[in-house]
Structure formats: structure tokens, C-alpha cells
Design a protein around this ligand. Structure first.
Ligand code: GDP
Ligand code: IMO
Ligand code: MG
Length: 426
């Protein structure tokens, strides 16, 4: 039996989809535990690109069972579209896709609230994905949320929606936003619920049967450690717990069952949306990273902010997640750089600091202190073993691994499945 959590160690988009897809070849179960369709996980194989928002990235491996855990917030309409998308790609989902009956539902009114929530913030917008994530989690915590099981109960569903909508319309009115009608929304949810019914079940029990049966389980994080509601750069965060701890609450798998926590980082760093980003490059080097890495959001298409890798932030991610396996992606993006930098400490108000500050004011004042590495100026794509990587590349990667004190398990040198170096045994 093995349970491995795979998490993003930065601000999301580290390449979780690609890595989970690869690891899924050896997994019996692959599950999402938090977030919703704010995630965009990209898979590239057989000359095709698939972007998944809600379905776990193991779905293209026919022997896996894919579970959307209780910690996820589900937009039924988006999920149905995604089920159609994978079916059209030749994937059989019957009996292979399970949806937690206790997962909360994102309703159209959550998306309207997401919009006015951003309007309320004026110049201090979070820059959300607009998928209704925050408002859905607000309702969950306030204990007025609709759960997947409620889609099977027309009366309860209508009652809950009605009560929530009265309050929501009052709020929308203060922003002159379009008011929402109950009937159409209710019909849409009822109809979507009917279609999703065959997939909805007690996933907690399924996980425990799988654990008992000694199965391999992969838990796929969405977003990244620095977007975590508790540990991220609050308030510029998402509304769930992408950190490894969230995998337990978001599935019902206990901490004692977790064997490995794999942390994924790009060989540089990106962020989409607003908020602190100490190593951000707003110059031509940043533009070069964006261009070479095709850094545009998989969900919203927004250009991603780019910068050098931030080892202070990554060390923090290692600590709060208990990362014991490191994955470095998008190495190839650095192939043409003369010099590569890694931030190894922060200068805050003239003081050198090694810990990641939690106060926004301090984060805003950070001047990154960099260590420079010589570039390798040759393509790393399709290199098959770690030893075959250029010497300067290995020097850079070893420096990251040494600083973080975590062994590298995978290096990704391109978007494709085959552009991957596995270091030792997985
Ligand atoms: P996720 O949200 O963590 O799954 O990451 P995204 O899919 O949003 O963004 C990662 C992007 O980088 C996708 O377009 C991937 O196809 C691509 N990608 C993943 N690994 C590599 C890599 O090693 N090199 C390059 N050039 N692209 C990669
Ligand atoms: P994956 O799983 C990158 C960011 C948004 C915004 C903040 C809050 O593909 O890595 P939300 O819609 O969650 O309320 O937005 O979080 N964000 C992501 N950034 N990758 C993601 O997912 C993200 N999901 C949310 O840009 O700054
Ligand atoms: Mg993404």
C-alpha cells in the first residue's frame, strides 16, 4: 500500500497535471482533494493536449479509479462538460469516476458573488479565476452550502437555494449587478444532478477499502502551497488548503496512511493573479521566461507573472507540507539563458532573512538576494538520464536539492510524457 500526495510548491501551475498523469501509470486510485475548476491541469501525450479542471489527472490511464474527494467544490455543469470531453477522447468513465456525496456544489450564484466580491475590493482585487470558488467555500463554512447528495433531493435543494438566493440578491443589488432567478438555476442544478447521479457515492468508504486492499493511491493537489488559505500569501490566496494536510481532510484518508509528499516546482517561478511575488521580473528577462515557458493560464488564459526560483519560499513549502520528494519541471525553459539566478535569502529593511515572512508588509519590502549559476546553453529536451544532463544543469539542480535538503525524484524537460527524467526508483 502506498499513499502519495503530489502538491504544487509555488503559486500553482507547476506542472502537477503532467506529473500526476505519469505517476498514474502505477496508481490504482487518483484523487483530487480541494479546489475546484479554478485548477487547470495540462496533459500532453500522443500529440494531443488535454486540460482538466475537476477530473483527476489519472483518468487517461484506464486501470485507475479517479475520485473527486469531499474537499473539492464542484461546478456540475463544468464537470459534465469535462466528462464529455474525456469521453470524446475515448475514455470510459463508467465505474472509474467517483464523486464524493459530501463535496460541495458551486452554483451559478457563487460565480456572481465571486464577481461582486472582486468589485468590492476595488484596487486590491485578488484576481480570482471567477469560478465561484471563494463564495462556495464561504457557504460551506457557514453551513448553508449545497452538497452533491442534495442534488438528489429536489425539495431540500430548492429550499437551500431559495434561502441563499434571498441574501445573495440583496448583495448583488448593492452593486447594481444582475439579480438571479431561482427557477432556471434550480432546473439546471436538478438536471445536472440527475446526470451526475451514477457517479456520486461515499468516497470515504472507497478510500478505506482501497487502503485495506493495499492499493496505491495518488492524491493530486490543485493550486500551490503559497495559495493556501492558511499558509499562503493571504489575502492573495485561494479559499482551500492545497497543502498536504488538506489531502487528509479533503478525502478522509488519515495522516498516518500518508507515505510520501512529492513537491513540484518549476526551475523558475510564476504566479497568476495579484499578490506578493518577491522574485518577479518585470523586465525583458521576465518576458523571455514567459515566452519560452508559454506562461499563459490554462484556465483563464491570463499571462502569468514570471521570475527566478525562490528558494526561501520553497523551503517554507517543504516545511509546511513535509515534502520528501522533489520534482523540478520546465527545466528546458532555462536552456537558452546565459545566467540563471536562484533567490537564497531575503533582504528586508537591510536585514538578511532566511525564513519566509508571514506579514504582507514585510513580503512587500523583500529584496531578493540571489546566487548566480552558469547557464548550459543547450537543449535538455529528450535527455533520458540525470547523468546525461549537461554539467552546469546538474550543478544548478543539485544546488536546489541541497538547499532544500530534499532529493530530486523527477526532472521534466518538456510538456510531453516522454520528456521526463526519473531519478532512481519512484
Ligand atoms: P498545473 O496546473 O500544475 O497542472 O500546471 P499547468 O498545466 O497549468 O501549467 C503547466 C504548463 O507547462 C502546461 O502547459 C504544461 O503542458 C507545461 N509543462 C509541464 N511540464 C513542462 C516542462 O517540463 N517543460 C515545458 N516546456 N512545459 C511543461
Ligand atoms: P492550478 O491547479 C494558478 C489563483 C488565482 C488567484 C487566486 C484566487 O492550475 O495550479 P480563486 O479563483 O481560486 O479564488 O483565485 O488563486 N489561482 C491559481 N493560480 N494555478 C491555479 O490552479 C490557480 N487556482 C487559483 O489566479 O490569484
Ligand atoms: Mg494550472
Amino acid at each position: 500500500m502506498s499513499v502519495r500526495i503530489v502538491i504544487g510548491a509555488q503559486w500553482g501551475d507547476e506542472g502537477k497535471g503532467k506529473i500526476v498523469d505519469i505517476l498514474s501509470a502505477q496508481a490504482d486510485y487518483v484523487a483530487r482533494y480541494q479546489g475546484g475548476a479554478n485548477a487547470g491541469h495540462t496533459l500532453n501525450f500522443d500529440g494531443q493536449t488535454h486540460i482538466l479542471h475537476l477530473i483527476p489527472s489519472g483518468i487517461f490511464h484506464h486501470n485507475t479509479v479517479c475520485i473527486i474527494g469531499n474537499g473539492v467544490v464542484i461546478d456540475p455543469v463544468t464537470l459534465l462538460e469535462e466528462i464529455d470531453m474525456v469521453k470524446n477522447a475515448g475514455v470510459d468513465v463508467d465505474g472509474r469516476l467517483l464523486i464524493s456525496e459530501t463535496a460541495h456544489v458551486i452554483l451559478p450564484y457563487h460565480k456572481s458573488l465571486d464577481k461582486v466580491g472582486e468589485m468590492a475590493l476595488g484596487g486590491k482585487k485578488i484576481g480570482t479565476t471567477g469560478r465561484g470558488i471563494g463564495p462556495a467555500y464561504v457557504h460551506k463554512i457557514a453551513r448553508v452550502g449545497v452538497r452533491m447528495m442534495d442534488l438528489e433531493d429536489p425539495d431540500l435543494l430548492r429550499k437551500k437555494m431559495e434561502v441563499n438566493l434571498t441574501e445573495i440578491n440583496a448583495r448583488l443589488a448593492t452593486y447594481n449587478a444582475e439579480l438571479l432567478e431561482l427557477d432556471e438555476m434550480y432546473e439546471l442544478m436538478l438536471e445536472s444532478g440527475k446526470k451526475l447521479l451514477p457517479f456520486i457515492c461515499n468516497t470515504t468508504d472507497r478510500f478505506h477499502k482501497a487502503l485495506k486492499g493495499g492499493r496505491n493511491i495518488l492524491l493530486e493537489g490543485a493550486q500551490g502551497a503559497l495559495l493556501d488559505i492558511d499558509h499562503g500569501t493571504y489575502p492573495y490566496v485561494t479559499s482551500s488548503s492545497p497543502v498536504s494536510g488538506g489531502a487528509c481532510t479533503g478525502t478522509g484518508i488519515p495522516p498516518t496512511a500518508i507515505e510520501n509528499v512529492m513537491g513540484i516546482t518549476k526551475a523558475y517561478c510564476t504566479r497568476v493573479g495579484n499578490g506578493p511575488f518577491p522574485t518577479e521580473l518585470t523586465d525583458m528577462t521576465g518576458d523571455k521566461l514567459r515566452e519560452a515557458g508559454h506562461e499563459f493560464g490554462s484556465t483563464t488564459g491570463r499571462p502569468r507573472r514570471c521570475g527566478w526560483v525562490d528558494l526561501v519560499a520553497l523551503k517554507y513549502a517543504v516545511q509546511i507540507n513535509g515534502i520528501n520528494e522533489l520534482v523540478i519541471t520546465k527545466l528546458d525553459v532555462l536552456d537558452e539563458f546565459e545566467t540563471i539566478k536562484a533567490c537564497t535569502s531575503y533582504n528586508i529593511g537591510g536585514e538578511e532573512r532566511e525564513e519566509f515572512p508571514l506579514r504582507p508588509k514585510e513580503l512587500d519590502e523583500v529584496k531578493p538576494v540571489y546566487t548566480e549559476y552558469k547557464g548550459w546553453k543547450t537543449s535538455t529536451r529528450m535527455v533520458k538520464t540525470y547523468e546525461d544532463l549537461p554539467e552546469n544543469t546538474r550543478k544548478y539542480l543539485n544546488a536546489l536539492s541541497d538547499f532544500l535538503d530534499v532529493p530530486i525524484k523527477i526532472v521534466s524537460t518538456g510538456p510531453g510524457r516522454e520528456e521526463t527524467i526519473i531519478v532512481g526508483d519512484l
